[in-house]
Ligand binder design. Structure first.
Ligand code: SF4
Length: 192
């Protein structure tokens, strides 16, 4: 099936939040398109709250003039390059072995920082599709995911105990997770 691109012109590029988003450490968000051709099965963008219509990986709405607006807004600013390693998938990419290799690779490639996060599964089509795919490819993990996401939280968050465990695990990689403390501080200090 071919991809249908729908173009849209927007008046502004940056969406400003009242508070810094703890996920991205920024007050500003840029969203160049709605839906996504990559079609990742865990994508939070599949959830009903984002009002994406049509086939998620085939009907793409592109905010056509956004690059111009962003370029104007960011011109002359030095922007450190890092990684958002997310979502870390329970039993698949949240293992010590995987994280060890991930942070070694980031360190080797000179990434300035990483902001990691776990998986969220919002009840509804996102969670349903994820579980269907998980069952097809990792049937041995279905029980684990059912347990972790048993509360069906509207936010899609896993159980608090899993979050604590993930945090603890990430803590072991802290020096590598935030690879450059100075850059991290400059990001967090520039949130106002
Ligand atoms: S998670 Fe995957 S499908 Fe979702 S926006 Fe990112 S690349 Fe696209």
């Amino acid at each position: 099936m071919s991809v249908n691109i729908h173009y849209k012109t927007v008046g502004s590029a940056l969406k400003k939040g009242v508070f810094a988003n703890p996920f991205s450490l920024g007050k500003y968000a840029v969203s160049p398109y709605m839906a996504c051709e990559h079609g990742c099965i865990y994508c939070d963008g599949r959830a009903e709250r984002y009002f994406v219509a049509g086939n998620f990986s085939k009907d793409i709405v592109v905010r056509k003039n956004l690059p111009d607006i962003v370029n104007r807004a960011f011109r002359a600013k030095g922007i450190p390059v890092g990684v958002l390693a997310m979502p870390l998938l329970p039993g698949i990419t949240d293992t010590m072995d995987h994280m060890d290799r991930l942070y070694q690779a980031l360190s080797d490639s000179g990434a300035a920082f990483d902001i990691p996060a776990g998986l969220t599964l919002r009840p509804g089509r996102q969670k349903d599709l994820f579980f269907k795919t998980l069952g097809a490819h990792f049937p041995q993990l279905v029980e684990l995911y059912e347990y972790i996401f048993r509360e069906n939280r509207r936010s899609g968050s896993p159980h608090a105990r899993y979050i604590d465990e993930l945090r603890e695990k990430l803590g072991l990689f802290l020096e590598q997770v935030i690879l450059d403390r100075k850059v991290f501080d400059s990001i967090t200090l520039s949130l106002d």
